[in-house]
Each structure stands twice: as C-alpha cells, then as structure tokens.
Design a protein around this ligand. Structure first.
Ligand SMILES: [Zn+2]
Length: 77
C-alpha cells in the first residue's frame, strides 16, 4: 500500500504532530486533552507510511556535534 504525501500534506502532518505533542508534565494533548489523541496518531501514521520524518529538521542524534573536533588526540587511528 502506497501513501505518497504531497509536500503540503507532509507539512500539515508535521504541524499537527507539533501542535498535538504532549508537553513534559502535561497529562495529555494540549489541544484534545488525551494521551495519544486521534489527530496525533493519524498524522504520525501518515508520515510513517509515507516514509517521511516526523519533523523538517533531522533528528537530534544525527546533528553535528561542534564540541568534538576531528582528529582528537588519542582517538585517531
Ligand atoms: Zn490532540
């Protein structure tokens, strides 16, 4: 099953995810008031099926770390 999304749909889904994400300390979606609300789940599923990332930016674990320089003494091979 293919579920290609247009750039507009992808942007919309990401916006929904951002708006319906449960904030730390909150007891549910700030819009719907429940955990894993239908809007959030629907947007998440659409992005996942389409193979899209959940945000426009790359995940934090892929970000370049400015604190580590290449060629650090002791680790170079
Ligand atoms: Zn919601």
């Amino acid at each position: 099953m293919t579920a290609d999304l247009t750039a507009e749909q992808v942007a919309h889904c990401r916006q929904v995810l951002a708006e319906h994400t449960v904030r730390p300390g909150a007891k549910g979606c700030p819009v719907c008031g429940v955990i894993r609300c239908p809007d959030w789940t629907d947007a998440f599923d659409k992005l996942a099926v389409a193979g899209q990332t959940m945000a426009a930016e790359p995940p934090p674990w892929q970000l370049f770390r400015p604190g580590r320089r290449p060629g650090t003494p002791g680790t170079a091979g």
